[in-house]
Design a protein. Structure first.
Length: 131
């Protein structure tokens, strides 16, 4: 049996990291996690030979996902990088592709769904207050 593939998750949203890690582990992937680009590059420096894929958020504190992507691809071109983001815009998809991303995954809940959800909650509160 070949060794489990190892995936580095880089995301500053803890809930998403925890959930994604659980899903991947259920499918027998090994995972590493961190919440910013500086830590991601440190982890890669030590472990790049073991890491198969980086699941990379775009909106991160400090270094953006695009900057991290560029650095990963220049130092470790063999590692797959999949951007994992709420940014469901063609320009972002295009930019990711130009910078060498291997994939682009929109987080299951879209920006629209978040907005609709928030609108809904705010409206429910307003209705309650008016009663
Ligand atoms: Mg983020």
């Amino acid at each position: 049996m070949s060794p489990a593939k190892k995936i580095l998750i880089v995301d500053d949203e803890e809930d998403i990291t925890i959930l994604t890690e659980k899903f991947l582990q259920l499918e027998n992937y090994d995972t590493l996690t961190c919440s910013n680009g500086y830590d991601a590059l440190d982890i890669l420096k030590e472990n790049h030979q073991d890491i198969d894929l980086v699941l990379l958020d775009i909106m991160l504190p400090g270094m953006s996902g695009y900057e991290i992507l560029t650095q990963i691809k220049s130092s470790y071109p063999e590692i797959l990088v999949v951007l994992f983001t709420v940014k469901n815009f063609y320009e972002d998809f295009q930019k990711a592709k130009e910078l060498g991303a291997d994939g682009y995954l929109v987080k299951a809940i879209s920006g629209n769904e978040i907005i609709n959800y928030i609108k809904d909650i705010l409206e429910k509160k307003k209705k309650k207050e008016n009663n």
